[in-house]
Design a protein around this ligand. Sequence first.
Ligand code: FES
Length: 100
Amino acid sequence: MTPVCKVSELTPGSMKTVNVSGKRIAVANIDGQYFAIDDACSHVGCSLGSEGFLDGTTVTCGCHGAQFDITNGKVLALPAVSDVSSYEVTVEGDMVSVAV
Ligand code: FES
């Protein structure tokens, strides 16, 4: 588990990009539940955590509109056709950590 940010930096309904061992990960807080997926959209690699939009558990890529389920990385809408990886997230005290 790698600490990535404080709980206060990730308010409910928000999402951000973090770096874990040189890998970009998008971390989200959905009503107090935390999820992490690859930050790079599987279409052509735009940042989901920084340029994407979160609506419920659906992330929409800001570049061309592909959608992913933040809870498991499954692709939901074109133009992306491949899932992205999802990662385990834990919260201890005020720190959010991701296992990559
Ligand atoms: S890079 Fe995400 S939809 Fe094109």
